[in-house]
Design a protein around this ligand. Structure first.
Ligand code: ADP
Ligand code: MG
Length: 651
């Protein structure tokens, strides 16, 4: 007697179910794909309790007769392929013949179906290994599949399920992936008796996007079209200003199937490189058509990954089509005409300035505070040779500091105090001031320049001793070397700490808006109003539904200025609805505080007035844990004199 035995069918199906049926959304995917393969023109999806209690899919497709009904729940029974060579040219969504058998093994399944050419329907019920039917019943043409009590017999999976709202979020995402690929099919989605999406049939992808995500996004989209070596690409992509906080908006489809593909993704990010913040993600809806024999979809049980016959051709198709389209348009004018003020650099700068001024006014460092970043007394003058080569070949001491000296700046009154308007000359001084490109291996710069200035002026530590370079970094001298500060990361960290302590003191300051901000939202985002009411309150938001597809914000945290509040609320609703943050309420709060700090913080690229730099550095001294931004990136790099000496081989 050996040890090996063949597993019983039920167990085999359970194992298969483990692969394809991860959560309610996977059931929805499999069933809706079956309806599409049955040539349905209309598909209704009814969900209760995030799909755990009930998933019901009704279609008007070709239906099944008694024999097919009996076979449909048998593993590896399919009407879609017959021979091995069919595997290399798959034209249907399904082909594995596993979904219904898998679903039947982990739920109470009921299928009712009637073929177009038949005048009665049949029904079959399956629970675990028990099959009841088929028996004749009255039924409209098409198929209705009901899945109740999903995972009732798989406690491990059931425990893994998140809240109904989160699971429903996954279902909505699943619907998006299918409905965007098939705009000619009408879809309806209902949750707990409330209609969340109604998507009428249309020939236009743009219309489908408008119905799903709102007209604002849809109207902004840029059309992409290209045919190259038998491959066709068509689709819509958002201008850079519509970037998002998550990568889930990078939709790509091949032959009507949603895919996640590293070649497509790489090409898309490459096309947007330099146009959007590297931490943000573009919005794309790209449809690729290839000969079915040029793509293998039989790579992954859920078919979300594919293998291309020629992945380079796909990459180049996507990249060249998008690049050429972007090059042929004036994207900056689109930025300006989308009605959002934060894209006009000048008004944006104004707003930042105002935000900074307000912020610092409320957080002014104590007047006596002696920032310890510099300590003139311990400064050791570093010998400088007059012939020391300078970066860019510009004259020595050409920075703004020498101008200040020439202008006879007072020792006690910093030259730019209270006058933010003097930023441009200051900037110019730095830009043209022979600061070497940090990427090049030019001699140490800041130490000598700053050191001389300090010696000459004996100024108290202040922004005059700090260089802002590339409008992104602050370079400052310390007792034993220099520090390079990432202005965005530092400010973000400071704001984050402040937010956290305010929230834990229950005192996040909120301000009422004169005019409410309204934001278009999808149905699942609308549900966030209820499901995250506490969180919204805690963060200082007052939000109400405004019609069926918009949310009105009446009050928002004072830290966010109007345009930031709008962008933040957009990201917040998207994140909460997507269920990407479905951890504990504390973790969600934490996540939101990080997002808020990031939004409110000065950005790389923002020029700072000396006063602003000074305040930022003073806050740095006060705040805890400023060495890393909330995302864990460092805010400050240090180089000691001995590091420098080593680098210059002085030792
Ligand atoms: P697959 O889709 O891979 O063939 P499934 O287990 O999902 O496997 O479905 C098995 C079979 O049941 C399908 O091949 C199809 O013939 C039939 N079927 C499933 N759903 C429907 C439906 N909504 N309408 C008509 N036939 C269906
Ligand atoms: Mg199927």
């Amino acid at each position: 007697m050996g040890f090996i035995h063949v597993l019983p069918d039920l167990l085999v199906n359970r194992i298969a179910a483990g692969e394809v049926i991860e959560r309610p959304a996977s059931v929805v995917k499999e069933l809706v794909e079956n309806s599409i393969d049955a040539e349905a023109t209309r598909i209704d999806i009814t969900i209760e309790e995030g799909g755990q209690r009930l998933i019901r899919i009704t279609d008007d497709g070709m239906g099944m007769d008694v024999d097919d009904l009996t076979l449909s729940i048998v593993p590896h029974a399919t009407s879609k392929i017959e021979r091995e060579q069919d595997l290399f040219a798959i034209g249907t969504m399904g082909f594995r013949g596993e979904a219904l058998a898998s679903i039947a093994s982990v739920s109470e399944l009921r299928i009712t179906s009637r073929r177009r050419d038949s005048d009665s329907g049949h029904e079959i019920r399956v629970t675990g290994a028990e099959v009841d039917g088929p028996k004749a019943v009255g039924s409209p043409i098409g198929t209705t599949i009901e899945v109740r009590d999903l995972f009732f017999n798989v406690p491990a999976r059931r425990k893994f399920l998140r809240t109904a709202q989160t699971e429903f979020g996954h279902i909505v995402e699943q619907l998006a992936r299918i409905a965007l690929a098939h705009p000619r099919i009408e879809f309806r989605l209902t949750h707990n008796g409330r209609e969340v999406h109604r998507l009428p049939a249309t020939d236009s992808l743009r219309t489908r996007i408008a119905d799903f995500y709102g007209a604002e996004l849809a109207e902004s989209l840029i059309a992409i079209e290209r045919e190259q070596r038998g491959l066709t690409l068509s689709g819509l992509v958002a201008p850079p200003a519509h970037s998002r906080s998550t990568g889930r908006w990078e939709y790509a489809f091949v032959n009507g199937r949603f895919i996640r593909d590293k070649f497509v993704q790489h090409a898309v990010r490459e096309a947007y490189r330099g146009l959007i913040d590297p931490n943000r993600f573009p919005v794309t809806f790209l449809k690729i058509r290839v000969e079915p024999s040029d793509v293998d979809v039989n790579v992954h049980p859920t078919k979300i990954e594919v293998r291309w016959r020629d992945s380079n051709a796909i990459h180049s198709l996507v990249l060249s089509a998008m690049r050429d389209t972007f090059l042929g348009r004036d994207l900056t004018s689109e930025l300006k005409t989308d009605g959002r003020t934060d894209n006009d650099p000048e008004s944006r700068r104004q707003q930042i300035r105002q935000a900074m001024a307000d912020f610092f006014k409320n957080n002014a460092p104590p007047p006596a505070a002696e920032p310890t970043l510099y300590s003139g007394s311990t400064h050791t003058p570093t010998p400088t040779s007059p012939s020391l080569p300078r970066g860019g070949g510009t004259p020595q001491r050409s920075s703004v500091y020498s101008q200040e000296i020439a202008g006879g700046a007072s020792r006690t009154v910093p030259p730019y105090e209270g006058d933010h308007a003097s930023v441009p000359p200051y900037q110019g001084g730095i830009k043209g001031g022979g600061i070497p490109d940090p990427g090049r291996s030019t001699p140490a710069f800041a130490v000598n320049d700053l050191g001389r200035v300090q010696d000459d002026l004996h100024l108290a530590a202040s922004a005059e001793h700090v260089l802002q370079v590339h409008n992104a970094y602050l370079v400052a001298e310390t007792a034993d070397g220099i520090v390079i500060i990432d202005q965005h990361a530092l400010h973000e960290r400071i704001l984050y700490e402040q937010l956290r302590s305010d929230v834990s003191a229950g005192a996040l300051e909120s301000q009422r808006l004169l005019l409410p901000i309204t934001i278009n939202v999808s149905g699942d985002q609308m549900a966030v109003l209820e499901s995250h009411a506490d969180l919204l309150h805690q963060l200082g938001f007052e939000a109400t539904a405004f019609g069926r597809s918009a949310v009105a914000i009446h009050a928002c945290p004072s830290m966010l200025k109007d345009h930031q509040a709008e962008a933040f609320v957009r990201d917040m609703f998207e994140k909460l609805a997507a269920g990407t943050v479905d951890a504990s309420p504390e973790a969600v709060l934490e996540d939101m505080l990080q997002m808020m700090a990031c939004k409110a913080a000065i950005k790389a690229g923002d020029p700072l007035a000396p006063k602003e730099i000074e305040s930022l550095l003073a806050l740095r001294e006060q705040a805890d844990r400023t060495s890393n931004c909330p995302h864990g990136r460092p805010t400050t790099l240090r180089l000691t004199l001995s590091d420098l000496e080593r680098q210059f081989k002085r030792t």
